[in-house]
Design a protein around this ligand. Structure first.
Ligand SMILES: Nc1ncnc2c1ncn2[C@@H]1O[C@H](COP(=O)(O)OP(=O)(O)OP(=O)(O)O)[C@@H](O)[C@H]1O
Ligand SMILES: [Mg+2]
Length: 311
């Protein structure tokens, strides 16, 4: 089978995830190239190890760049740390005021708290960057290369974590409002309330998009190996719990069944796991096999060959 349905006009966001080293970056890059052949496409990396530059063999970095020699394709490598620093910088005054009015902490303690992070906030900021880019509406498709499973699960649970933080913050704020109202008779919402409201809206926007199967698709990448299959199963269970649709699974690095004795032997080992994958997933998912290539998938030429195996 090949990948299907990604050209659909309504589909905006396509995320690639899976265990470390299975081929997420290559799959995301090749898919972005395919989509760019028909629609304007942005390739986004949220992996702190950013290997999109290496894969495309051209420097990308934190600013949106046109990918050379691929029309309609731009790429960006998001830094969660930078996005969080920018957030703190932008909302420094509001955050200080929040802690000042909602706690008994002195300025030194508040300064220390400001240096700690709000749980999940850096991942949320990566997501916020993505959602802002999508809402700017300059591209038809947004293809995201994520970091290995652990990180992507944190990324996916970040809206819920932040939501809990907002709830706690809002409760503290409510006590403050109550106090002000008791003393002065009225309370006027200020920048700190607006910040909490903004964060709440961001969480809602992210969750709304991720759970919308017409606008968002998560493609799981795996290989026919025992440990990869175990991790894939956990990832799929977590995605299901988060109500994120997985229509297709890419099975990468599949050996040819004929060829050298070495290839045949490796293929034999893979056979058991391939059968297991088909038995478990072919009912609900489209399984897309990609062969093991003789050379590393680096640069536009090899990426085009890889793309032909996907589409
Ligand atoms: N089908 C394939 N045939 C040959 N080489 C491949 C194939 N798929 C991927 N590779 C190579 O395997 C390596 C890992 O691929 P890639 O970087 O896409 O994995 P990843 O899942 O993004 O890794 P990480 O978890 O570290 O981000 C790369 O060197 C890539 O060129
Ligand atoms: Mg990668």
């Amino acid at each position: 089978m090949l990948l299907t349905g990604l050209h659909s006009a309504e589909l905006k966001l396509i995320l690639f995830g899976g265990k470390g080293g299975v081929g997420k970056t290559v799959c995301a890059s090749a898919t972005a190239m395919e989509l760019a052949s028909r629609q304007s496409t942005m390739l986004i990396s949220t992996d702190p190890a950013h290997s999109v530059s290496d894969c495309l063999e051209q420097p990308i970095g934190y600013r949106l760049q046109a990918v050379k020699k691929v029309a309609n394709l731009k790429a960006i490598e998001i830094s969660a740390d930078e996005a969080f620093m920018a957030f703190k910088h932008k909302y420094q005054a509001e955050l200080m005021k929040f802690f000042d009015t909602s706690t008994n902490l002195d300025n030194e303690d508040i300064g220390q708290i400001m240096n700690l992070t709000i749980p999940g906030i850096d991942e949320i900021m990566s997501f916020k960057t993505i959602i802002d880019l999508i809402e700017e509406g300059n591209f038809d498709k947004y293809v995201v290369d994520t970091a290995p499973t652990g990180h992507v699960l944190r990324l996916l649970s970040s809206p819920r974590l932040l939501d809990e933080w907002i709830k706690m913050a809002a409760q503290m704020r409510w006590k403050y409002r109550y106090m002000i109202k008791s003393f002065s008779g009225h309370y006027q919402a200020d920048e700190t309330d607006n910040l909490l409201l903004d964060l709440k809206k961001t969480v809602k926007r992210i969750e709304g998009l991720l759970k919308d199967k017409n606008r968002c698709e998560f493609i799981v990448v795996c290989t026919p190996e025992s440990m990869v299959i175990q991790e894939t199963s956990r990832l799929l269970a977590n995605l299901k719990k988060s109500q994120i649709t997985v229509r297709q699974i890419i099975v990468n690095h599949v050996m040819e069944s004929n060829g050298s004795a070495f290839c045949v032997q490796r293929r034999k080992k893979q056979e058991k796991y391939l059968n297991q994958l088909y038995k478990t997933y072919s009912g609900q998912h489209n399984l897309v096999e990609v062969p093991e290539f003789a050379e590393e998938i680096k640069g536009l030429g090899p990426l085009n060959n890889f793309r032909n195996a996907l589409f």
